[in-house]
Design a protein around this ligand. Sequence first.
Ligand SMILES: Cc1ncc(COP(=O)(O)O)c(C=O)c1O
Length: 286
Amino acid sequence: MTSGGNPQNGSHTVRIWVNGALRESTEASVSVLDHGMTVGDGVFETVKAVDGAPFALGRHLDRLERSARGLGLPAPERELVRRACAEVLAANPAKLGRLRITYTGGLGPLGSDRGDSGPSLIVALGEVARRPDAAAVVTVPWTRNEHSAVAGLKTTSYAENVVALARAHQYGASEAILGNTAGRLCEGTGSNVFVVLDGRILTPPLNSGCLAGVTRALALQWLDAEEADLPLTVLEEADEVFLTGTLRDIQGVSRVDDRELPGAPGPVTAKAIAVFTERAAADLEP
Ligand SMILES: Cc1ncc(COP(=O)(O)O)c(C=O)c1O
């Protein structure tokens, strides 16, 4: 970023798009009665931006729309969201950026009923560091509810992820992995999970309750990988484990709970990282 502090902790002078205009972060606000604020009635996207260019924005906007419709919110105006992203990217130069699009129910009553003032749209950007090629993960005792009304939607109700990720950090790990209510492998708090088993690259299907990750979809397309219903315990025996996510791309797993996976990223994961890096660099809108 060009000026003024760390965008990750709020002490910065970055410019944020709020409901139609760019504002300094100190001036950028929505109502305390915004339904996103009071009940977590909103959806969001995190988009990677490299040197100011967003990666796979079209796929992220598709998912934003699917998530919004899933909550019964009107579909976001695609061109408006694109313009907001372009203005935020231009106003906040960063080598590697986390472009965050938030779209909420807007001003509403204090309860779960939604108001009729129309949605709020916020687009912000924070500079981030490139992730390491491998990371430790822990499994957590809480489950993803694959039968939930919001399963598969990227809603702003992420408090469960906040709790699980804090648990991971407590154990020196950078991600928490959740099973679903049937004890099947599901996903991380902000990532999808893949395992390498007997030479096959496998990831849980969407009916496990996981998010349809943009990176997951690209990995399924670009690698020789398949969907498979897997028990959470597969993490105890997999030859390799890796995560996919917008800011992780593909990242090897070096430890699952107490199980070390020495040399991570292993050979299959290392190849996957190389393929992904090459394909992603060749096409920003895959
Ligand atoms: C719960 C959850 N699962 C998976 C992912 C990975 O999705 P993507 O590759 O689109 O970033 C995310 C990322 O934001 C997420 O929040």
